[in-house]
Design a protein. Structure first.
Length: 60
């Protein structure tokens, strides 16, 4: 009986079985970030004029 139970408890993590043979095994949940959300908005300084490349008549 113990042999059968030990076979049922095997999965791809604790044996040489491929992951495709695992039954609905839940993995570890993804860790949540401990950082707090910033109150600042993303982007540059207020009122700062942005710069972009100018169009040229004859590009290389």
């Amino acid at each position: 009986m113990q042999v059968l139970e030990s076979r049922l408890n095997q999965n791809s993590r604790n044996s040489s079985k491929p992951p495709s043979t695992d039954f609905f095994v839940k993995g570890k949940p993804n860790p949540k970030s401990l950082r707090k959300k910033s109150e600042k908005n993303p982007g540059g300084q207020e009122g700062h004029p942005g710069t972009t490349l100018k169009m040229v008549d004859n590009p290389d």
